[in-house]
Design a protein around this ligand. Sequence first.
Ligand code: IVH
Length: 698
Amino acid sequence: MDNVQKSINALRETLRHHEHLYYVLDAPEVSDAQYDTWMRELKALEDAHPELRTPDSPTQRVGGKPKEGFAKVPHSRPMLSLDNAYDETELREWDRRVHELAGDEDKINYVCELKLDGLSLALTYQQGRLARGVTRGDGVIGEDVTTNVRTIRSVPLSISPAKLRASGLPENFEIRGEVVLPLAAFQKLNQDQEAKRLAFFENWHSTPHKPGAKVPRRKNLDPFANPRNAAAGMLRTLEPNIVAQRRLDFYAYFALSEQGYIFARQSQSLDAMVAAGFHVNPQRKLVHSLDEAWKFIAQAEAMRESLPYEIDGVVLKVDSTAVQSQLGFTGRAPRWAIAYKFAARAGTTQVRNIVVQVGRTGKLTPVAELIPVAIGGTTVSRATLHNADEIERLGLKIGDFVTVERGGDVIPKVVEVQREKRPADARDFSFPAQCPECGSAVVREEGEVDWRCINVNCPARLRESMLHFAARSAMNIEGLGEVMVNQITEIRLVRNLADIYQLDEAALLSLKRIKKKTAQSLLQQIERSKQAPLDRVLLGLGIRFVGERTAQFLADAFGSLDSVMQASAEDLERVQEIGPRISMAIREFFAVPGNRELVEELRAAGLNFFAEKKKTSSKLNGLAFVLTGTLPSLTREEAKKRIEGEGGSVTGSVSKKTNYVIAGADAGSKLDAARKLNVPVLDEPGLMNLLDHGKIEG
Ligand code: IVH
């Protein structure tokens, strides 16, 4: 085999191995940077040799665009749905029927699996390679979403013959399973969606329009209602890059071949898929009785809130495929399986009142105060109404009975008004014209959905700013939590963030129920926070759009708060992930005199305005190298990479600024130049020593 092909194969194997470790086993062994490096190397090789590119190469996960829409594809056999059981009686009734139909000579075992709340998908593999991914559609005909499915990292693009053999799967087979969007990704997605929506408004406002023009509603910028809708949208997007960025996940629960069942038992089928490299939910159990199944259900329900994705029940499947065949199907569902559905995480209750909360940015959020109701194990007494438009859309009045849901988002929301139950004394809610906290006027900019308090000194804003400033990811002042901040702002012990550093024991002891010890430990925490590096300070200031990542990039790029404050729009936009929107927000923040004063007060209080020294290895930081001749083991490219990896730079010609010349066999004029300019010359072992131990002092 030709060398290039060999390198390509090796890289692909390596990448697949680490993808499996990362996405399926959740146990990565190398850094993301290392993974990216291998991926880039493979891309480069494939770009140089396009004839060697194959559709199952890891580089092909971010594929081209599906040209238009999705082709309709019939399923090899129908994708059925499941009958549901909503309580123990219904479940036992199903179990009784199973035994009756199966005849009692066979002991029936069940496999218990979680019922993931996503979308079902059928993957076809030919010769061990992913050939097609099709949505459920109407169960008979689905849509070909292969391009998007390829971007899902836990879907193997190909399975090596060795793995196939070990798993017991044939060369051609079909895997069915569920696509889900993990909750963390869902929350991030909605945050991004919100940022995009704001950017759209900002952009709209900064371009001229006819007087009275209304900002258009952008449906595609609305937040997603739940992870399943978001996953469905992604799977059917015509922009595969979007899918790639959004970390959909796939859990396999069925394997079949053209002949039908491959294995004698569903539990074997699940194990085989694990062996072949599929993501199979580890929360599964083979049980020998319904009592045992019932225990599994109780455990699943208990862990529901702590799982990283949404589930809506447990699926029981008869383990033996022979018994499955014997039981067969009703019209739309198999008799050998049932979905036990958890009680919906929705409830009905009455709206006692609607109050308005003020956020850190002055945004007013209407909140429904509810007669407490238990939903999915927690008592809900408040639910967000998002904004004034939402109240209108719901047609909500104070006193109404409403349906409250706890979705993938942690904050419960009112999803529906139960009109038929409206009491005679239900009354309209009118949005306040004044800030409920400080009485200042509230404004709603044309086209914006949110009303805002315009008073920068609004105590509610200060309270929220303080909580943000003290948060663990920012200044990490433990003890400055909600209760303490409420008390401090209530009696106006502080006017702004800098006043936190003026607090003393006497002031704190004037608060209700604060003991000497608590006060002292809080003061210690506050003192300690002065050492927090620049990125945390930047985050703590609460600049619009500046989250953890952006703060880190800014700190890395500028090194000090003063440099950030002095930076021009261009300077800022040179930084990773910062565009005009964020750069404008930063510049606007520091243009406000009050904010500048705040910075000066924080400086006077002794805060650290400098970035942390980079922790990444930088043994050769600032050193310039020139390579010449052939080194005994390293190629020129490898040597360059190693040097740059430690923070050094490699240039083409020797000058007074060159720190080292690395010379191998047949070195030419560069070696002469080095000698002339008195630049130290090292051989390969010398370079290695330098790479291991850093600069040779003296
Ligand atoms: S078995 C014929 N197993 O639930 C068997 N389905 O309500 C059909 N689902 O369309 C599917 N987790 O999208 C099965 N472990 C699991 C499942 C599961 C989620 C979904 C699937 C199906 C729906 C039926």
